[in-house]
Design a protein around this ligand. Structure first.
Ligand code: FAD
Length: 316
């Protein structure tokens, strides 16, 4: 059986959970088995995960799960996998998945692949998972040789499709340890979709000249419902917070649309954004390297182009 960790954010099963369940369903089809989901905590609407392909949802509740604690979550998921006899465990490759995929694999003595971006295949009799490597310039096809396998799925890798109806939800009893950490306060940095999950991103570079000019990026992002990002020197100069920095040493993203304004397109920047489905570049220098990676390019002054783009978007 394939077991998917369906993560709830603020009590809701958002896109990362839906993608993971769809991926789990497709993996289960490859193996000729069922896809179940596991949820940690008492979240409303778990039965709706059936729409994405989970035939059953197992709910684990308890005070130690109230806030994320890597040790507690790892115990909950590994014990669930053992009790249910899961052979493949799937998590999202977001901050939670990055934190616990390795721990989970160690506890289950499982082979693991992090950041997979394609549905596993049986190749030459081996369960084979594909993931991008070298900043997306190549792909590794990894055979998992263990009985139990753990995979984390890169965001925006698989379209969310609905197939089934509601899943049956039942409680699973697991002895949970006490957390080793305590969350003192949650502080919301922005109401926007987090960068790794964002489908639309508007990003600015040193061409913006200073933080006081960021409203042209914010306005376009607001009109599109997009998340904002920036190049590394912009974050290094404290024009924007570091969590917005994309690239080799920042967040790697794969949105449907990436609009880059005043960014030259250095290889280290491209490393984090070149998996975007459509790239639009606005730069006043026609020789800027970013144009080579762009699907659409505007040679022009961003201070003229972006406000016009924002006005055009607002009309629709
Ligand atoms: P610049 O290179 O200064 O480019 C500014 C661009 O704005 C120019 O192309 C210019 O023509 C254009 N411009 C100026 N004014 C206007 C205007 N009015 N209208 C339109 N266009 C205008 N960088 C990252 O972004 N992410 C990373 O993760 C990262 N990791 C790195 C890791 C290492 C080990 C190293 C060595 C470097 C890394 N860098 C990273 C830095 C990277 O090499 C570049 O220096 C950086 O991406 C350049 O940022 P930029 O494009 O904003 O600035």
């Amino acid at each position: 059986m394939v077991l998917v960790y369906a993560e709830a954010t603020n009590g809701e099963f958002k896109k990362v959970a839906q993608e993971a369940v769809v991926y789990g369903r497709k993996t289960a089809e490859v193996l000729g088995t069922e896809c179940h989901a596991v949820v940690l905590g008492d979240h409303a609407g778990a039965e709706a995960l059936g729409k994405f392909g989970a035939t059953k949802v197992h709910r684990i509740s308890g005070e130690p799960l109230k806030n994320f604690d890597a040790a507690v979550y790892t115990v909950a998921l590994s014990e669930a996998a053992k009790q249910l006899g899961a052979t493949v465990i799937i998590l999202p490759h977001n901050s939670t998945g990055k934190n616990i995929t390795g721990r989970l694999a160690a506890r289950l003595e499982a082979g693991s692949v992090t950041g997979a971006n394609a549905v596993p295949e049986m190749k030459d009799g081996y369960f084979t998972v594909t993931k991008p490597v070298f900043s997306g310039k190549a792909f590794a096809h990894v055979q998992l040789l263990t009985d139990v396998k753990v995979i984390s799925l890169a965001g925006n890798s698989i379209p969310v499709t609905e197939t089934g109806g509601e899943a049956a939800v039942s409680d699973l009893s697991i002895d949970l340890p006490q957390p080793k950490t305590r969350v003192v306060k949650h502080q919301v940095a922005s109401g926007r979709v987090p960068l790794p999950e964002a489908e639309l991103v508007v990003s600015g570079g040193r061409g913006l000249k200073g933080p006081e000019n960021w409203s042209v990026i914010e306005d376009l992002a607001e009109a599109l419902g997009a998340t904002t990002a920036c190049s590394r020197p912009v974050a290094d100069s404290d024009w924007r917070p570091h969590h917005e920095h994309v690239g080799q040493t920042g967040v790697a993203i794969r949105p449907n649309l990436y609009i880059a304004a005043g960014i030259s397109g250095a290889i280290q920047h491209l490393a984090g954004v070149n998996n975007s489905k459509t790239i639009v570049v606005v730069n006043k220098d026609p020789e800027a390297p970013f144009f080579k990676a762009a699907d659409y390019g505007v040679v022009g002054d961003l201070f003229e182009v972006l406000p016009r783009l924002t006005e055009a978007v607002k009309k629709y």
